[in-house]
Design a protein around this ligand. Structure first.
Ligand code: PLP
Length: 424
C-alpha cells in the first residue's frame, strides 16, 4: 500500500518527465531557487543533480512524475511528522473548505482560528497562552523579534552558530548557518545581531549581554538544519536564566522540534525550561501552512490592545484550512510523540548497528558522515531515498522521517546507506 512501500524505481533518477518539468521550471523560476545539474554536479562529483519532481505523497512515500516511488526520510523539511496526506488532516481540511476557506484575519475572525488558539494554549508548555499566528516559520520569528522589542525597549538580538530561523528580511540576519544567505543584503538587515557558538560558556553569554542592549535571546533547543545538534545538558535552562537576569526575552525556536519530533511534545520540556516566547510551525499544519509565536500574557501584553487597526497582521492570518489541520495535529500530539520516540529509537539502533555514529534526539537524527553526506544523499536519491545533508559543513545526513516509517523501510534504508558508502 502506498505510504509503507519500499523504493520502487521504474526509470533512472531523475526520469525523463522530471527532467522535462525541471527544464520548464528553469525557464520561469528565479534561478537562485532550484539547483540544477550544471552547478551542483561539479561540486558533488556526480553526473547529475537535477531534482525529481513530486507528483503524489502518502505516509512515508513520495511518487514522482515518472511514477517512481521514493521513501521520504525528511518528512518534507520536517512538516509531515504524521505522514504525508494524513487521512485525518485531509478530512479536516475537506470539511473546513466545504464551510469556510478564508476569513478576514484581524478584522473578522472565524471559529476554527479561535479553536486552534485555544488548543495551542492548552498544549503549550508553561502557560504560553497568547499567540500571533502566521503562515511560515519565519513569520513567527519576525513576530518574536517585534514582541521582544516592545517588551524590553531593546533592539539587540543574540542567536547561536549553526542556528537557522528562516530567510525573511527580518530573520536572514538572525541565522548563523550560512553567511552567504545574509552577505548580499547586509546593508538592509538588522544591524544589531550577535552570534555566539551553540553551547557557548555562560561567561561569554554574560559578556554579550552586559551592554544591556540585547532584548531577545533566540535559540533552537536542538539544531535541525545546523546538523541535528543537541546542546550540553542544562545549557538551555542556564541560558534562559542568564538571559532573563540580563533583562532579555528568552525565545525558543521549536519550528522543527515541535509537535513530537524529538520524542517530547516540545523539546522545551525536556530541557526543563519554559521560554517567554515559543515559535512553532512546520508540522503544526500537517502540510498546510500555519505557524504561531506563543507567549506569556505578560510578554504578549507588551503589544497593548488593538486600537482599531492591528499593529501586526497579514491577509491570510489564521487561514481556516491550516487551522483545521492544526487542530488534528494537536489532538494527535500524545500519540505522535510516542511514535516519534519509538521510531526514533528503532532508526537510531539500526543505523548504529551498521557502524555509523548518530547524533540528535527522537526522530531528528543525523548520521555523522563527515564530507561524504552530500554525495551519499545524491546516491541515496538514485536508489529511491529522499534525504538531506545538514550541518554547516554538511557533515551529517539528517533523518527526520514521518512517524509512520516502517521497520522494513528502516532496514532497507540502512542496507542502501552501507552500499552507497562502499561505492567508489
Ligand atoms: C528551526 C527553524 N526555524 C525556522 C525555520 C524557517 O521556517 P520557514 O521556512 O517555514 O520560514 C526553519 C526552517 O527550516 C527551521 O528549521
Amino acid at each position: 500500500m502506498l505510504g509503507t512501500l519500499l523504493p520502487d524505481l521504474r526509470t533512472p533518477v531523475p526520469g525523463a518527465a522530471s527532467r522535462a518539468a525541471v527544464d520548464v521550471l528553469a525557464r520561469h523560476e528565479c534561478p537562485a531557487i532550484t539547483a540544477r545539474r550544471a552547478r551542483r554536479a561539479a561540486a558533488l562529483g556526480t553526473a547529475d543533480t537535477d531534482p525529481i519532481v513530486w507528483d503524489e505523497a502518502v505516509g512515508a512515500n513520495v511518487v514522482d512524475v515518472d511514477g517512481n516511488v521514493f521513501v521520504d526520510l525528511t518528512a518534507g523539511f520536517g512538516v509531515a511528522t504524521l505522514g504525508h496526506r494524513d487521512p485525518e488532516v485531509v478530512a479536516a481540511v475537506r470539511a473546513q473548505q466545504d464551510r469556510l476557506l478564508h476569513a478576514m484575519g484581524d478584522a473578522f475572525p472565524d471559529r476554527t482560528r479561535i479553536a486552534l488558539l485555544e488548543a495551542l494554549a492548552a498544549a503549550a508548555p508553561g502557560g504560553l497562552g497568547h499567540a500571533i499566528l502566521g503562515l511560515s516559520g519565519a513569520d513567527t520569528i519576525d513576530a518574536a523579534v517585534k514582541t521582544a522589542l516592545l517588551a524590553t525597549g531593546r533592539t539587540g538580538v543574540l542567536t547561536f552558530g549553526g542556528g537557522y530561523h528562516g530567510l525573511s528580511l527580518g530573520t536572514t540576519p538572525l541565522q548563523a548557518y550560512k553567511a552567504a544567505f545574509a552577505e548580499p543584503f547586509r546593508a538592509i538587515l538588522h544591524p544589531d545581531v550577535r552570534h555566539l557558538p551553540y553551547g557557548a560558556p555562560m561567561a561569554d553569554v554574560r559578556e554579550a549581554l552586559a551592554g544591556g542592549d540585547i532584548g531577545l535571546v533566540l535559540v533552537e533547543p536542538v539544531q535541525a538544519r545546523g546538523g541535528c545538534r543537541v546542546p550540553p545538558d542544562g545549557w538551555l535552562a542556564e541560558l534562559a536564566a542568564v538571559g532573563r537576569a540580563a533583562g532579555a526575552v528568552f525565545a525558543l525556536d521549536e519550528i522543527y522540534t515541535g509537535f513530537g519530533r524529538t520524542g517530547a511534545p516540545f523539546a522545551a520540556a525536556v530541557a526543563g525550561v519554559v521560554p517567554d516566547l515559543l515559535c512553532v510551525g512546520k508540522a503544526l499544519g500537517g502540510g498546510f501552512p500555519v505557524s504561531a509565536c506563543l507567549g506569556s500574557a505578560e510578554v504578549m501584553g507588551a503589544w497593548g490592545a488593538s486600537a482599531g487597526e492591528a499593529l501586526h497582521t497579514q491577509t491570510f492570518l489564521g487561514h481556516p484550512p491550516g487551522c483545521a489541520a492544526g487542530l488534528v495535529t494537536l489532538r494527535r500530539l500524545p500519540d505522535t510523540t510516542a511514535r516519534c520516540a519509538e521510531r526514533g529509537q528503532a532508526l537510531r539502533a539500526a543505523v548504529e548497528a551498521a557502524g555509523f555514529p548518530v547524533r540528535g534526539v527522537g526522530l531528528l537524527l543525523g548520521v555523522e558522515l563527515g564530507g561524504r553526506s552530500l554525495l551519499a544523499s545524491r546516491r541515496l536519491l538514485e536508489r529511491g531515498w529522499i534525504v538531506l545533508p545538514a550541518g554547516m559543513q554538511a557533515e551529517v545526513l539528517s533523518l527526520t522521517p514521518p512517524c509512520v516509517i516502517t521497520d522494513a523501510q528502516i532496514a532497507a534504508f540502512v542496507a542502501d546507506l552501507v552500499a552507497v558508502l562502499e561505492q567508489p
